[in-house]
Design a protein around this ligand. Sequence first.
Ligand code: GLU
Length: 300
Amino acid sequence: MPPVFRFAPSPNGHLHLGHAYSALLNFDLARQSGGRFLLRIEDIDATRCRPEFEAAIYEDLAWLGISWDTPVRRQSEHLAAYRDAIDTLSAQGLIYPSFESRAEIARLVAAKEAARAWPRDPDGAPLYPGTAKSLPREERDRLIAQGLPYALRLDMTAARRRAGNLVWRERGEGPCGETGDVAARSEAWGDVILARKETPTSYHLSVTVDDALQGVTDVVRGLDLFWSTSVHRLLQDLLGISPPLYRHHRLIRDEAGRKLSKSTKATGLRKLRAAGASPADIRRLVGLPPFCGGQPTPPP
Ligand code: GLU
């Protein structure tokens, strides 16, 4: 079976050099290995995603010389698949609803932090204190029936107990040089949100489900997502999914060494293009070898 690669942007802004690097690297690797290249639109956040950004993604990628298999998977069109996954996890008793607002959680954490250092996840956010886990079932049902907003969380302790110790196969390198079989540290994320009342999924859940449903064999993405893989590996185990290979790549940074964001206008592909940059210039700027019109390019 030929390998399957994918590029999975969120249409919540214009693509920048970091996206170009990730998309081109995936595309090159697919071509070098006789594999397939898929494009997935991660548009579950209805408040931030916009059709014009999606249209711009297609245009910018085509300008770069990238082509992809169709149809493109748009996550917003597959909410039933994520609901099924939530049901599978619920049936294992691993999901519970929490009803606190962000501000309430911040207050709960501040109260804990007054007493002792409170753990933070790999992205630096404080862990959810687990307050709602002990709510009796009738109380949960009552709050849901009242129409209160809620988040569905993974009971990490129970999930870890069920899955045991897991590793993922890393072909790139983590922030501290982790490679090969990397031990998943999903507990570092606490009781992560897997769905919300209004959006029946989350980044972690939909990326795991989609990579499996699309037959992705090689997940090649930025180093900023390295430790998220712990959660994905855990979900794969709980959902009976066989894990793909992972390769986390370096991030493209701006001149001050900062990670690029969608608001970093100077490195936006459209800006660079308007200033006269060619697709070959973009490849050079991100440190990829020239595109050889169908011929394999050496790996970076
Ligand atoms: N949609 C994610 C992003 O734009 C990427 C997800 C992934 O590659 O796993 O950062």
